[in-house]
Design a protein around this ligand. Structure first.
Ligand code: ATP
Length: 397
């Protein structure tokens, strides 16, 4: 059995082992079977495991160098216009894609736009001003000597659409959306976490235009005064220096952070040029709740649904809570079908209202917690938007 066969056999037994897949791609390369090596490497690059992205990129660029004809020129950044938005796209090293192909997989990655996000009108406006406009019209901002760069920090109760609106922002900018979790970064081996952090930024640079989304940023940039581990401290420092190194005008990398615990975010991360604009993502309002119900019921067998009534009865429900209501209703209908054998039974308004009656909004605890922070530690005005929201919805909390 040769190396390739052996590795294939091992991958069959451990389909999720990306290291084995990488080794297989290296074997293909060694045997000059680049047609098989390249797709395998690209698959690894676009998968969720970023821990060896740098190695994969190096390998792809090595293959490209090998394949390059002596007088062939390095492909230039290509200019691409989609719906009037001009973006400079660098073709990923080792890839043979045309600009249109690159654009199409970017659209696949971020198929949603602001039109898919119900409500949150003020938030959409703020995101447009702070990051979308400087991104699509950098010349205008330069003319007014308005420095672009830095990122935004979204905070709010869980399940209320922080990730969703970040994805939609990528859709608006026709940019790739790259979500980063703490597990992508932290590694017990000395120095590896810093390398992972730096790899994430180099991958973003190679895939620009790109939105780099740091979820649970409180865990990444946890208030350094509370950190006892030296490792975390150096990871935070590395993150700060990477953020400062990003020039979003030329590099077309946008940074969005999200947290449910803004009080735990290291203040250093919120200084100018970093995540310097903090925006509140409130629980969806009545219009947004209607949209979310429609989205979640799409494609399921339903009778006529009174979305207005459902939205009215679900004050303070998060998007995830609404998803849960729909799941509960669907489950009870399925159970009934199994007992009665009546496969024609559809989801009705009453099924949904019953599920609403059996659930409570998960945002309540969070809103009560932030109420205390607003009372005792909002001197800087950081939580003003949340304070306004609480004032408006006080009777429900
Ligand atoms: P967490 O803090 O737990 O990570 P989150 O705030 O990032 O949560 P999302 O994962 O973005 O929440 O939202 C949960 C789901 O709710 C989304 O997949 C989306 O379908 C739906 N949703 C939330 N808000 C909206 C909205 N305003 N419009 C449409 N759908 C929404």
């Amino acid at each position: 059995m040769n190396n390739i066969e052996m590795l294939k056999k091992m991958i069959k037994e451990e389909a999720d082992n990306t290291r084995l897949q990488f080794l297989l791609a290296c074997e293909y390369q060694r045997e000059n079977r680049q047609d098989e090596a390249i797709p395998l490497l690209k698959g690894l690059l676009t998968g969720s495991d970023l821990s060896m992205a740098k190695e994969v990129m190096d390998k792809l660029s090595e293959i490209q160098q090998e394949e390059k004809q002596p007088n062939q020129e390095e492909p230039d950044d290509k200019e691409l216009t989609v719906n009037g938005v001009v973006s400079k796209l660098r073709i990923i090293k080792g890839g043979n894609e045309t600009a249109q192909e690159v654009a199409s997989y970017q659209r696949e990655d971020s198929p949603i736009t602001f039109a898919d996000v119900g409500g949150l009108t003020e938030l959409k406006k703020a995101i447009t001003m702070k990051i979308i406009q400087p991104f699509v019209d950098p010349a205008l901002y330069r003319r007014f000597k308005k420095k672009s760069g830095g990122g935004i920090l979204l905070y709010g109760p869980p399940g209320c659409g922080k990730t969703f609106i970040a994805r939609a922002t990528a859709g608006e900018c026709k940019a790739r959306f790259q979500a980063v979790r703490i597990s992508d970064i932290l590694d017990p081996y000395f120095g590896q976490s810093e390398r992972n952090m730096s790899d994430i930024f180099s991958v973003a640079r190679s895939q620009r235009p790109c939105i780099l989304f740091f979820d649970e940023i409180d865990a990444l940039g946890f208030n350094r005064t509370k950190i006892h581990s030296d490792m975390l401290k150096t990871v935070v420092d590395q993150l700060l220096s990477e953020i400062e190194g990003v020039d979003s005008n030329t590099e077309q990398i946008l940074l969005i952070g999200a947290t449910n615990m803004p009080w735990d975010v290291d203040p250093a991360l919120r200084r100018p040029g970093r995540f310097d604009k903090t925006l509140f993502v409130a629980p969806p309002d009545e219009d947004a709740r209607q949209v979310i119900f429609k989205l979640k019921l799409q494609g399921r067998p339903c009778e006529a649904i009174d979305y207005t009534r459902l939205a009215r009865q679900t004050e303070l429900y998060s998007g995830a809570d609404i998803e849960n209501v729909v799941e509960m209703a669907a489950e009870s209908v399925l159970e009934e079908i199994m007992n009665s054998g009546n496969a024609e039974r559809k989801i009705t308004n009453d099924d949904l209202l019953l599920a609403v009656g059996r659930s409570t909004p998960s945002t309540l605890d969070w809103l009560r917690t932030i109420e205390n922070f607003i009372k005792y530690s909002n001197q800087s005005g950081l939580y003003d938007e949340a304070a306004l929201y609480l004032k408006k919805y006080k009777r429900f909390i």
